[in-house]
Design a protein around this ligand. Structure first.
Ligand code: COA
Length: 219
C-alpha cells in the first residue's frame, strides 16, 4: 500500500521543464500547445474572456517568431501543467499597457520588440498559470528557474529589462507579482490591475537573478 502510494506520488511529482523547441520536437504542434495553455488559463482564472486571452491565430504568429520567452512544465503524460510567457513590447504599445488600455488580443508581431540587440527592454508578462493539482514549491521553483535562466541569457547578451509589467487578474497573481517586486500602478480599463516594476539599468538589471538565486538554482 505504501509502495503504491509512493509510486503514485512519484507520478504526480514527475515534472519536466520544457522550452517551446522541446515541445515541438516531442511531436506537439504550435496549435496544440496554444490550445493546452488556453485551456489551462480558462481552467485556472475565472472571469477570463477572449479580449484578455487573445486568439490562437494571433499567438501562433507570435510563438513562431518569438518563442524564446515562454517556458513550460509538463507532467509524466507530457501534458502542459504550468507555463509562463513574457514579451518585450514596443515603446508606444507599452505605454498603452501602462495606461491600462491594452487588451491582450491586440498584441501582434508588430507590437513586440524582438530581443535582437543590446539595450533596454520593456517587458509585459502575458501569462502564468499552474494546473490546480500541481501547485506547490517544486513547480514554482522549476518555473522560476527557467525565468531566471532566460533573464541571465539576455543579460549576458547585454539586454536588460528596464521595466516589467503585468495585468494582474487574480489574488494569486498579485502575490506572485509582489514577490517579483512589481507594485500596483492603476486599474485596467476593463478588468484587472496593472502592476509595474522599474529597474535601475545602470545597476545591472534588478530583474536579473541575484548571485544567491543563481547559486541556489544552479544556473
Ligand atoms: C499564480 C500562480 C502561478 C502562483 O502559483 P502558486 O503555486 O499558487 O503560488 P504560491 O504563492 O502558493 O506558492 C506555492 C509554493 O511555491 C513557493 N514559491 C513561490 N515562488 C517561488 C520561487 N520563486 N522559488 C521557490 N519557491 C517558490 C511558495 O513559497 C510556496 O511554497 P509552499 O507551498 O511550501 O508554501 C498560481 O496560483 C496559478 O496558476 N493561478 C491561476 C492562474 C493565475 O491566477 N495567474 C495569474 C494571472 S494574473
Amino acid at each position: 500500500m505504501d509502495n503504491m502510494l509512493a509510486g503514485n506520488l512519484r507520478i504526480i511529482k514527475s515534472l519536466y521543464a520544457k522550452s517551446l523547441a522541446d515541445l515541438l520536437s516531442s511531436g506537439k504542434t504550435i496549435e496544440t500547445i496554444i490550445d493546452e495553455i488556453t485551456n489551462l488559463d480558462f481552467a485556472t482564472m475565472s472571469g477570463l474572456d477572449s479580449k484578455l486571452s487573445g486568439n490562437p491565430h494571433q499567438w501562433k504568429s507570435i510563438f513562431e517568431k518569438y518563442g524564446d520567452s515562454i517556458s513550460f512544465v509538463t507532467d509524466s503524460t507530457s501534458m502542459i501543467v504550468g507555463y509562463w510567457h513574457f514579451l518585450a513590447l514596443k515603446e508606444d504599445f507599452f505605454k498603452k499597457v501602462l495606461n491600462g488600455e491594452m487588451e491582450d488580443e491586440e498584441i501582434t508581431v508588430r507590437t513586440v520588440q524582438p530581443f535582437h540587440a543590446p539595450g533596454s527592454y520593456d517587458v509585459y508578462f502575458v501569462g502564468v498559470a499552474i494546473h490546480d493539482q500541481h501547485r506547490g514549491y517544486r513547480i514554482n521553483r522549476i518555473l522560476y528557474a527557467s525565468f531566471l535562466k532566460i533573464l541571465n541569457d539576455l543579460s549576458r547578451r547585454n539586454m536588460h529589462i528596464r521595466s516589467l509589467c503585468a495585468n494582474v487578474l487574480t489574488e494569486k497573481g498579485a502575490v506572485l507579482s509582489e514577490t517579483l517586486g512589481l507594485k500596483p500602478l492603476r486599474a485596467h480599463k476593463r478588468r484587472g490591475n496593472i502592476y509595474l516594476k522599474i529597474n535601475q539599468i545602470d545597476n545591472e538589471n534588478a530583474v536579473s537573478p541575484t548571485k544567491q538565486d543563481s547559486l541556489a538554482l544552479g544556473i
